[in-house]
Design a binder for this molecule. Structure first.
Ligand SMILES: [Zn+2]
Length: 118
């Protein structure tokens, strides 16, 4: 993976039915077609659901507590990611909320997509 790609929220768009999803996607999860094309998402979205992880596992152990969330992107696709930073002046682990606006930050090789409050 190129460095430039780590700073873009990439995914695929199905040429068969138009369904869009973030990586990793090899076939369309909506209709099953493998005729998908690369797509870069805006990175803007909101928290669909989340959990605050107090005891991480593996390489994430030293990171706990952290927020693991399902993000609904403005394009309509959903993706999993970690949310970093603060929201309304409080640590994100204390202030994260459903529908909180978020912005994609970067991709970490082992962890996946990282977001922050927007
Ligand atoms: Zn499809």
């Amino acid at each position: 993976m190129q460095t430039a790609e780590l700073n873009a929220l990439t995914g695929k768009k199905c040429k068969s039915c138009g369904f869009e999803a973030t990586d990793p996607v090899v076939s369309c999860t909506s209709c099953g077609s493998e005729d998908v094309e690369p797509k870069t998402f805006s990175g803007k979205g909101k928290v669909y659901t989340y959990t605050v992880v107090h005891v991480g596992f593996g390489h994430l152990a030293s990171r706990a507590p952290y927020v693991l969330a399902v993000i609904e992107l403005e394009e309509g696709a959903k993706t999993m990611g970690l949310i970093e930073g603060e929201y309304q002046g409080k640590p994100i682990t204390e202030s994260v909320a459903i529908d909180m606006p978020v912005q994609f930050l970067r991709t970490e090789e082992k962890t996946g997509f990282i977001f922050k409050s927007a």
